[in-house]
Design a protein around this ligand. Structure first.
Ligand SMILES: Cc1ncc(C[n+]2csc(CCOP(=O)(O)OP(=O)(O)O)c2C)c(N)n1
Length: 625
């Protein structure tokens, strides 16, 4: 690590020769592989952008020049080069540096990211902000081909092209999203990369012009002579040129010299420029090159084999995502109307088996959650039963589409919200702690959360039988392991379930935290306190009769959820009690407090927040005093 030891800030990079920067790239790769194999994290995307990051910091002057990393999962190299090499071993650990750019962490992190496709809009805003403030410096957005599939990215391009002022967009094209990238844009970029597009257009144009006698011949000569004009008309990247960007590329993203030369050139341009850089996801580490999807985001692994560390796979129950995907596949075998929709998260949402079994009924729409919601509404309007499998945090993007396109028309779209609750090491951009709050006030929407995998399967069936929109939210993690029901039966009548009776306090919990509520009742019993434990199951429609009956008799209730306490399940219960004139109640709400939660292990964060058996028991004791 001789070279890397000498790089403490981007200025140190400016002194390096091309050969030294190439050697530095290899040192950085070793560090990335070593550390991610221990801490887990986003390996493949970082391995693919090592040379690009070095070249950017060699040519530009951060922090005066702003570099904005789209999604931000590929910013590890940037962190290493901007003064955080010695902290790199703490990445994604509680109290350590974040796995994403954070303005609060470094002046070199120009903009916080985590959700995809924001970089161009943010960069344009910053460029205009600088211009209005009279501040010097360039703004560069680095965006992947996956992130480019989002409408938001095109909104940014469209506006930037319209303004026509200096902005640099680096398109880091590795032909991969998490899984292989999808869509017409992906095909277009691929053709640009291979040069087929340029050659075909050139050939076809030549044929057309030659086909016009005399005039055609002279036009062809003119076109040949005016090489620039010809290129301007038919050059690759025409899509971007039409949007008002100068297209530069494709550039080999692993050749430092080519990158440095190109970046020096575009730095001089005074107009919107898009640099098309071709990289290989997982570059330099064979297991990641061979299987970039698995190494996109990965837990601790063995460097020699690339296989997960034994401890990471010790729990043998399947992930809830897989339980969901398998149940959906089973139900789809009986109902040809069931179709599945994902926004670039096939593996993450457990849909691989569905995609294999029903390729014609499976849609990966790209990183386009708002489109996914409205697309599903369209499917439902034609009699299909679409299930949109999506992470809770990413569905935040689709708020208006859920209201306007799905619920207002009472269309039977099922939203299956994975990673609902604290996700752990990815931190605040990825915690799914707002969905109950942003969904429960929408008319027509049935909203539920299962306490275990059996209930997840039953709720899926309940949702698919329901004539209207519905959402099921469940957390990241493994299934609990009760014996699976033989058949997948719906839950009749949106009923809650009483798991234990006791006269001192009601603990009313929703979702996977029901198991903590049961454990809390055990702790309380040891202290001479008897609790009734209710598994609420439904936020909407809520089983008001059952819950209010127990509360009015006992007079004390602790609500428990893995969602923001504000506007979530506990709020819904409180509103219901007030509506029913049940005032003489001592109430406590266990949930996520009104602040953004940092990164760390899921269990440790939940313990700290009191969303745990002991936290629930403590709240019950408090209102008993
Ligand atoms: C709104 C949103 N949806 C989904 C994701 C999950 N996600 C993270 S990275 C990624 C793929 C990004 O692909 P690309 O931009 O090509 O970057 P690469 O990792 O290939 O370098 C996805 C789908 C996200 N971060 N944000």
């Amino acid at each position: 690590m001789a070279l890397l030891e000498s790089i403490n800030c981007p200025d140190d990079l400016k002194k390096l020769t091309i050969a030294e920067m190439e050697a530095l790239a290899e040192e950085i790769r070793d560090l990335l592989i070593e550390r991610v194999s221990i801490n887990g994290g986003h390996l493949a995307s970082n391995l693919g952008s090592v040379e690009l990051t070095i070249a950017l910091h060699h040519v530009f002057d951060s922090p005066r020049d702003r570099i904005i990393w789209d999604v931000g999962h590929q910013a590890y190299v940037h962190k290493i080069l901007t003064g955080r090499r010695d902290l790199f071993h703490t990445i994604r650990r509680e109290g350590g540096i974040s796995g994403f750019p954070k303005r609060s962490e470094s002046v070199h992190d120009a903009f916080d990211t985590g959700h995809s496709s924001t970089s161009i809009s943010a960069a344009l805003g910053m460029a205009e902000g600088k211009r209005n403030a009279g501040a010097a410096g360039d703004v560069i957005a680095v965006i992947g081909d996956g992130a480019m599939t989002s409408g938001l990215a095109f909104e940014g391009l469209n506006h930037a092209g319209h303004l026509g002022r200096k902005l640099i967009v680096i398109l880091n094209d590795n032909d991969m999203s998490i899984s292989p990238n999808v869509g017409a844009l992906s095909g277009y970029l691929h053709r640009l990369m291979t040069g087929v597009f340029y050659n075909r257009v050139k050939k076809e144009t030549k044929q057309i012009l030659e086909g016009i006698p005399r005039v055609g011949e002279s036009m062809l000569k003119m076109a040949r002579r005016a090489e620039d004009t010809f290129k301007g008309l038919f050059a690759p990247g025409m899509l971007f040129e039409e949007l008002g960007f100068e297209y530069v590329g494709p550039v080999d993203g692993h050749r430092v010299e080519a990158l440095v030369e190109t970046l020096h050139k575009v730095r001089e341009f005074d107009w919107p420029t898009l640099v098309h850089v071709i990289t290989k996801k997982g570059k330099g580490y064979e297991p990641a090159e061979k299987n970039p999807s698995r190494f996109h985001g990965i837990g601790p692994f063995d460097i020699e084999t690339g296989e997960p560390q034994a401890s990471a796979s010790a729990v043998t129950t399947p992930a809830l995502s897989k339980v969901f995907g398998d149940a959906l596949t089973a139900l789809a075998a009986q109902d040809a109307r069931i179709v599945a929709v994902t926004a670039a998260m096939t593996a993450g949402t457990g849909l691989e088996s569905f995609a294999k079994a029903f390729p014609r009924r499976f849609y990966d729409v790209g990183i386009a959650e708002p489109h996914a919601a409205t697309f599903a509404a369209g499917l439902a309007a034609e009699g299909m039963r679409p299930v949109v499998a999506v992470y809770s945090t990413f569905l935040q993007r689709s708020y208006d589409e859920i209201i306007h396109d799905v619920c207002l028309q009472n269309l039977p779209v099922v939203f299956a919200l994975d990673r609902a609750g604290i996700v752990g090491e990815d931190g605040p951009t990825h915690h799914g702690v707002f969905d109950l709050s942003y969904l429960r006030h929408i008319p027509n929407l049935m909203l539920m959360a299962p306490r275990d995998e059996n209930e997840l399967r039953r709720m899926l069936k309940t949702a698919l039988d329901h004539i209207g929109p519905s959402a099921i939210r469940f957390p990241r993690g493994k299934a609990l392991g009760p014996v699976a029901d033989a058949a997948i039966e719906p839950i009749p009548g949106a009923r809650a379930e009483v798991l234990r009776e006791g006269g001192d306090v009601v603990i009313c919990a929703l979702g996977a935290v029901v198991k903590d509520a049961v454990a809390a009742a055990g702790i309380l019993h040891g202290n001479g306190v008897e609790a009734t434990v209710i598994n609420a199951r439904f936020v909407k429609p809520m089983d008001e009769e059952l819950i209010s009956g127990y509360v009015s008799r006992i007079g004390r209730i602790v609500t428990v959820e893995e969602n923001a306490a504000q506007g979530g399940f506990g709020s819904a219960v409180a509103e219901m009690l007030i509506r029913r004139n049940i005032f003489n109640t001592k109430t406590a709400m266990v949930g996520i407090p009104d602040r953004f939660i940092e990164h760390g292990s899921r269990r440790s964060l939940l313990d700290k927040l009191g969303v745990s058996a002991s936290g629930i028991a403590a709240e019950a004791e408090r209102i008993l005093m």
